[in-house]
Design a protein. Sequence first.
Length: 350
Amino acid sequence: MKKIILIVPSLVRGGVERVVSVLSKEFSKYYQVFVVVYHGPIEYKIYGKLVNLKTPTGSFLRKIKNNFERIIKIKRLIKEISPDYTISFMGNLQPILTFKQVIVSIHSNPDHFSHFYRKLFLKTIYKLPNVEKIVTVSKGIEKKLNNQYNLKKTKTINNPIDLNSINKKLLYPKPFGFDYILAVGRLSREKGFDILINAFAKLNLKNKIKLIILGEGKERKNLEKLIDKLDLKKQVLLYGKVDNPFIYMKYATFFVLSSRSEGFPIVIIEALACGTPVIATNCETGPSEIVEYGENGLLVPVKDVESLKMAMDKLFHDKELYIKLKTNTRRSVKKYDIKNIAQKWIELFE
């Protein structure tokens, strides 16, 4: 049996981490799987052997030390395991700098990388000969890497969902006794929950429906202040992390993605898989490749509070449109099922 190493910084709850969990399950049918993380906690189940390098994040000096430690440990692991394929998720540099053969998976729009040196690395380190392939999660990201960074060894393989697993998690009871709009994601500025809350505040629906936001992050206090300022404590609930977000998606009136930037947002696919229509900001990469306007959802301009408010109002009141979108939700995302996506990875390997 051939061996495959999947490298990801951690397995805390998040989109990329969930993708690694889903891929490890499917890959284990064909390969001996090793999942390498840099640090804990481990919040997703993985299939195969888990290897924790135990190099937690910390101070600036700790980060510098981590780079060397991780390169040495990964190099040692590769020598010990002798994998047929190694995939580095989230574009990690350390696996590349082992100078061993590696496939790099990039999940976000490079224009929105938070540090300038990550863009510099795209023009230099990602061109090293040991980078066999750069896998992007959306066509938009691939196009940017080709045109702006002159990276040519690219291929788009979308993020997968496990439809069978999701279906099993939809058998649980309705989580709330009231109607609600749902949003899910890390509480960070890029996810635009402040935009969503401001748009919700303008709706004339506040007494008819609530807004539930699932997730945790650094922006929680700022969002709580905004909710308080807008006098929405009873209408907008920051519900934190949950074990089964799919049951919340199933019973939501509709799902909203309000991000300032995205790569290929798996939460949209998951919401559609749960039979829930979607409103999404039309980020430069990602949402428009999933949302078919007027078929399974609506797209609105990024950072446009008024447009988002109008879309929510329309989807709430236009029953004919709502039924049409809802009818097409699950059909529209069957192509992202893990069985189809894993086959694309296997074709890449072979």
